[in-house]
Write a protein that binds this ligand. Structure first.
Ligand code: P71
Length: 458
């Protein structure tokens, strides 16, 4: 059962199919353009959508809004130092700013940045600095039916190959994303983090964690790795962080807040450069684009998220959601990750070829059928035309992510989503693909407009 009771409630939208059909057309078949007031169950993201605790709301009232040296900053600094072992704690208003700071201060044109799998904002920030983002996850990370326990692991042989190709001078840092969002929210094992760290040390390359979901990753380690079984979540998390030179973090995930992030590191010179850049784009070093009250909520959220009863419920709810989908015959990525269930659109809609955006078509169908909003992680997000030839390259995976906000929905809400998926499965032959009408070059999925090629969506 939920290890909390519900103190504040918010009504959810009830819409008709006609309203949803009109909203989809208006939105250019892009769910980012649909007003939240027309969404019944919003699984677009687990980012910034958490319900805060009464303790966090009380903390909000203790916000110290001084420009410099807010007491909430020192609270956050203390919590992050203890958790991560990193000395320098630089707040940002969300994760991608931490990425922007990191890559603008470390990446030169032509540099390679390996990661298990870059999340889209991470990749975009590397590329914005004219670097090349290289995904080096183990092969099973791309196999949606392989039930290996740590499918987020880095493939050290892929790091070796990249190094042999470009050398130390072209590799300013290595990133490791825990859990591996774009690969299905799959965890990285402590042994793999250790091996990645040893590789980095051996080659003199800094290792940074993308720590968005570090607590969920630690919980998986505790469950699946005998080495971690007897340790607290905090101990496991600290063991990870201690292997690196720093981390970027969107606190909108495991910080259990609606806005916030930070970058932390032990590198004094880098911290200085990051701080200078922070002042240019975000604000002074003790608030980084946030209000004092936000810093307090993050400090408290980072403590709450380490509670094993919370994590057991959190990860368990997502797992049960996946199990019920699986029982209904819906093809999903296995094993179920920590923050989301990923529908495998290739198997759900085998009749739609990748250039017709099967995962985006499924995302639209889920909304039309039941007011459920997921997000496409496939050809719309990661496919792109070659600058010269115009020929498209496509990602390996065509997924629809149903991300579960923390402490927001009950299992009954998720049962509705399972029903919607089952109904669509029964009529899947009527779902047809989409074509692009309008597309931006950077992070195209946010603003793209599409049109249906017929069938259910037309
Ligand atoms: C997620 C998000 C947020 C998002 C992004 C794009 C479309 C929809 C929602 C953000 C992450 C992340 C990882 C591993 C960095 C960021 C950026 N994820 N790394 O999964 O998952 O953090 O949003 O605070 O800038 O829905 P930010």
């Amino acid at each position: 059962m939920e290890p909390f009771k519900i103190k504040v409630v918010e009504p959810i939208a009830v819409t008709t199919r006609e309203q949803r059909a009109a909203a989809l057309a208006e939105a250019g078949f892009n769910l980012f353009n649909v007003p939240a007031a027309l969404v019944t169950i919003d699984l677009l993201t687990d980012s910034g959508t958490s319900a805060m605790s009464d303790r966090q709301w009380a903390g909000i009232m203790l916000g110290d809004e001084s420009y410099a040296g807010s007491r909430n900053y020192f609270h956050l600094e203390g919590v992050v130092r203890r958790l991560t072992t990193y000395r320098h704690v630089i707040p940002t208003h969300q994760g991608r700013v931490a990425e922007n700071l990191l890559f603008t201060t470390t990446v030169k044109p032509g540099d390679r940045v390996p990661n298990n799998i870059h999340f889209d904002t991470t990749r975009a920030n590397v590329e914005h600095n004219l670097g090349v983002a290289v995904d080096c996850v183990v092969d099973e990370g791309y196999d949606p039916v392989n039930e290996a326990p740590f499918k987020g692991n880095m493939d050290i042989a892929k790091l070796d190959r990249l190094f042999a190709e470009v050398g130390r001078e072209r590799m300013p840092l290595v990133m490791l994303t825990v859990t591996n969002n774009s690969g299905g929210g799959q965890p990285v094992s402590l042994a793999n983090a250790r091996a990645t760290s040893a590789w980095c040390r051996q080659h003199g390359i800094p290792l940074f964690f993308d720590a968005c979901r570090f607590a969920e990753n630690a919980y998986f380690c505790k469950q699946r790795d005998p080495e971690c079984a007897g340790r607290s979540i905090e101990e496991i998390a600290r063991a990870f962080f201690a292997l690196g030179d720093g981390c970027t973090m969107s606190a909108k995930k495991d910080g259990l807040v609606n806005i916030g992030g930070f970058i932390a590191t032990n590198d004094d010179g880098l911290a200085q450069r990051l701080s200078n850049m922070l002042i240019l784009i975000e604000g002074f070093t003790t608030y980084g684009g946030l209000a004092g009250r936000d810093l307090e909520a993050i400090a408290l959220g980072l403590e709450e998220v380490l509670d094993e009863r919370y994590l057991e419920h959190r990860v368990g709810q997502v797992r049960r959601f996946g199990e019920r989908l699986r029982a209904a015959g819906v093809p999903i990525v296995l094993p179920v990750g920590g923050h989301a269930v990923f529908l495998d659109a290739r198997r759900f809609l085998p009749h739609i070829p990748q250039p017709e955006f099967p995962a985006q078509a499924l995302t639209c169908a889920l909304y039309l059928e039941g007011g459920v909003r997921g997000v496409e992680i496939g050809g719309l997000m990661f496919g792109k035309p070659d600058e010269g030839t115009g020929e498209w390259s496509w990602p390996e995976l065509e997924l629809v992510r149903l991300a579960v906000p923390r402490r927001v929905y009950t299992d009954a809400h998720l049962d509705h989503v399972v029903d919607v998926c089952a109904r669509l499965l029964a009529c899947r032959a009527t779902i047809r693909g989409l074509r692009i009408v309008q597309r931006a070059d950077v992070l195209p999925h946010f603003t793209a407009r599409l049109a249906p090629l017929g069938g259910l969506l037309a």
